[in-house]
Write a protein that binds this ligand. Sequence first.
Ligand code: SF4
Length: 329
Amino acid sequence: MNSIALLDKIEAPAQRFADEVAGITYRGYRPVKDEIRLPAKYDGVDLPVNLVANNYCPTDRDVYLLSAGRAGNRHGTWPSLCGRYYEDLLFDFHNYSKTQVTRRGKEKDNSSYDLYASLTRHYRRKIKNIISDLQALKSTHKFINDAKLQEIEPLLRKLGRFETIATCYLLDLTVARAGAPVNLSRQFAYLFPLDLRYEIDSIATDLGLTTAAKPDFIFDRRIIGDIKSGQYKEFWKITLVAYALAYESATGRDMNFGLIYHVSDKRRFNVPDHNKTMILLISNELRLAFAKQRNRKFEIFTDHNDPGLADRQRDCKNCVYFRECEKDR
Ligand code: SF4
């Protein structure tokens, strides 16, 4: 996660999108414009961000299952489990590096000279624990096997190493440029202003979202972010829009940018593949696309009509509702 600081500098979204930001009119705070407000006929109904924004099922049958009281029977999948462990590693790394840097902030020589070794030891230990966790799950989760473990471990190592280098580089650069000892603790907060698992509560009902939401992180109070892995999905952008609107509704402050932090592996590279990681503008177009998708889901949810099964081979294989839907085939 700390490497986001570098990405933010490279992409400089505030400058890049300065003109477009001024043109954003569909905000989550009041007065919510009719174009993105939940239609009055659904007043009193709300749905969680993930259900409104995610589009894993092309027919939206997951919404129907929820309305029919059948959404409880979910089961884990390998991609969803991997996503959880990537997140766990990245969050743990950020928290540990924060603790370590805060401690070193009081020392005279506050370069990252020995921090690198300490962070490396820590992420290696963490990965070892993750792999043991997965080994232990093998007996109850049939989709976990040795081949899968050999698949996830190299990427976890690349992520740990990449985060270590990014963190130490930025801290050292600060010290080198200051020419004198600096307060590293303060610098850490300045360089890596991350609020992890940020809780947004008191979302107004006009948006149709349940009153609380939890994006993976907020960077510097101006970029809302989600960690993703696996094949790129266009609807990931809609998830960020939903969080941005919820944030605006709860805080009354603008949220103009979203960040998809995409975790992937390219075997011949010694670094994680962040090719699909992107900072995007939460534009008017995306805000309207969110409203359109939300209204369609509300219709399915309130009508209780089964929208039909998706293509088993193409769409259902990695779906958490696979077993539930199989009952209807
Ligand atoms: S199993 Fe298939 S039809 Fe059922 S919710 Fe998932 S993608 Fe849709």
